[in-house]
Design a protein around this ligand. Sequence first.
Ligand SMILES: Nc1ncnc2c1ncn2[C@@H]1O[C@H](COP(=O)(O)OP(=O)(O)OP(=O)(O)O)[C@@H](O)[C@H]1O
Length: 389
Amino acid sequence: MIRFEGVTKSFPDGTVAVGGLDLVAPQGQITVLVGPSGCGKTTSLRMVNRMITPTSGRITVDEQDTATMDAASLRRGIGYVIQHAGLFPHRTVGDNVATVPRLLGWDKDRARARSLELLERVGLPTEYAGRYPHQLSGGQQQRVGVARALAADPPVMLMDEPFSAVDPIVREQLQEEFLRLQGELGKTILFVTHDIDEAVKLGDQVAVLRVGGTVAQLADPGSLLADPYDDFVADFVGRDRGYRGLGFRSAPSLEPHDEPWVLLGDEPSVHARGDSSWLLVVDHDRKPLGWVEPGRVHGAVAEKDLHRGGTVAARDGSARAVLDSALSSPSGRGVVVDRDGVLVGTVTAAEVVAAMEGHRGRSGPGGTREHQGPQEHVAGPADDKPGAG
Ligand SMILES: Nc1ncnc2c1ncn2[C@@H]1O[C@H](COP(=O)(O)OP(=O)(O)OP(=O)(O)O)[C@@H](O)[C@H]1O
């Protein structure tokens, strides 16, 4: 656990980068610091491993006051990942990953074995151990950066915009893999980003900071999108937050309809066509492949006949995924599958919305108000807030 208690940082030129930060990053969770440029995210992060010394206040890591610890050993016990990975250019990838284990006195063979294990873990071929950083793509370098931070198995990780310097597709892959890895490792992570979408995707909790380095709101991602504390947070969280917030609500319980289907390679029989101008195509495991217009298919259904635009939603997935499957389906019927990807049936957007409205009627508007407010306590009544309601 990382705890900030009334932490401030003023630089000699008078800039107050952090103006009294109170925040707890709980054990085994990802806490994201997000906010506009210059709001003190990086400064806050770097005070944890004492690359920057706080002006006042206290930071503890697992209840130990960092100010009383030896700075070098504090840093060795904390994984640190930065934008552009910050790899040593003249050291091989393997040696980069082995940096902290070697500093900790591990022998060469053990450090090397650990290095190879970690490269595999972050999805890189072990042959890359012999390469130099410039021989890797940006995304691969970031993976090495993560491997290096994990090398000595630190319980705490600080990550400063680690995925910002790569293109959106690679970034998404890195985020997915990071979440998978965290699912296995359960580190206590403080993660800095300026990208609210990244924050709500990765954070167990998200702290939105104001310029001056104070917490405007600390909340889980679903609550942040459903109930921003004030106009600043609402603006920062951005447009489409109602729709994006559905990503954090479970799919409403509704019974999908049986959907007629045809096997790829078979001819659509009159029975399979049903009344619709669209027919669902599945494989031998009854996993959906796409939709066809039976009137345009001559003979057996072939790959080239398939419309693949529709998304597929897991029955126990998010409300957003189920609604999207209906909205993206050419037939207007969203495909719902079970955990193995096997067809369960279809739902329409109107049915999904009706089910969500029914649920809202039972639970009241606005979702939860837990986790709201600037510093971990419930803020004043909603009516007092500018722009509330
Ligand atoms: N060494 C320094 N001397 C003076 N001011 C500094 C110093 N380092 C940072 N600052 C100022 O402190 C404030 C916070 O900087 P910080 O880098 O923590 O912000 P940030 O939220 O990480 O920003 P960004 O998203 O743009 O990286 C900024 O106004 C910055 O200019």
